[in-house]
Design a protein around this ligand. Structure first.
Ligand SMILES: [Zn+2]
Length: 290
């Protein structure tokens, strides 16, 4: 809507023309505000995925930054949509009693973004996940999340999945069965009480585990232990546990909690996405594959 100066379509008093122009400016301003200055984390905590999708569909109409959200989040190109996931989840090698996965055996040009602990609760990260439709997996530790579960309810409502990373972030290897089971089943119970979910995936703190961990995790309803091949450091650089020093199809990337003075989760995610794009890859949903 662009007000044109000069003779209008009919005889109108100058005040009426002025009022019309002002009204048009106000409409334009409110349209811009709803697109660019949306309050952080504005999806209501109780909103389900349907409502989140409806909100992004509504805001995608005719607003520059939501039409091209990648620019808003520091990317120079849109993130390609991931290929259709496998019809059924992959049969993983090994696995007695549980498979332990460092990377996903797929040729699909996808990597998987996993976030650990749940220390950072930046509402802009919720916006980023929503606008870029990032299928991220959050491995949560109860004692780290503390009273901050509402943030993860918002993340879940915009498409993130929530998985198990123990009650108290204990290094499990060597602990007796009872202690390991309490750490894992205890967090299953917390997540079920908070969100009504039964996580299938478990990441042991520090990536350290033993055969007792696998037995306890299986007994708590876990179907796979998820480690990683690539990890993001506090400065935004990636390190690789083994194999080539670059991202490949099927890689699982771990993004631990950062230092308080370091890059924010949003900034580290932007760096990670640039690296993903630079390798001709995109982000897949881990739970579709394992
Ligand atoms: Zn951790």
């Amino acid at each position: 809507m662009r007000p044109t100066p000069g003779p209008g379509p009919g005889p109108r008093a100058p005040q009426a023309v002025l009022a019309a122009v002002l009204a048009a400016v106000l409409v334009l301003a409110s349209a811009l505000l709803s697109g660019c200055a949306r309050p952080a984390g504005s999806v209501a905590p109780g909103a389900g995925p349907g409502e989140a999708a409806a909100q992004s569909a509504r805001s995608a109409k005719g607003q520059t930054h939501t039409a091209q959200p990648y620019r808003h989040w520091g990317l120079t190109a849109p993130l390609p949509a991931p290929p259709s996931p496998p019809a059924r989840r992959l049969r993983l090698p090994g696995g007695t009693p549980l498979p332990v996965v460092h990377r996903v055996p797929t040729r699909d040009k996808v990597v998987f973004l996993t976030y650990d602990d749940g220390a950072e609760k930046d509402p802009r990260f919720v916006d980023m996940v929503r606008e870029l439709r990032l299928p991220v997996s959050m491995f949560l530790t109860d004692s780290v999340v503390g009273p901050g579960y509402g943030h993860f309810a918002r993340l879940r409502s915009v498409g993130a999945s929530l998985q198990n990373h123990t009650l108290d972030h204990a290094a499990l290897r060597g602990l007796p069965y009872g202690g390991q089971r309490a750490e894992i089943c205890g967090q299953q119970n917390k997540l079920r009480a908070r969100f009504g979910i039964r996580p299938r995936l478990f990441r042991p703190p520090y990536g350290t585990y033993d055969s007792t961990t696998l037995r306890a995790a299986a007994d708590c309803g876990i179907t796979a232990v998820v480690l990683w091949r690539a990890a993001m450091e506090g400065d935004g650089g990636l390190t690789y546990a083994h194999g080539p020093g670059r991202l490949r199809a099927g890689d699982i990337v771990s993004v631990p909690s950062g230092e308080p003075a370091g890059l924010t989760l949003k900034e580290r995610t932007t760096r990670l996405l640039r690296e993903v794009q630079g390798r001709g890859l995109t982000v897949g949903r881990l739970e579709d594959y394992i």
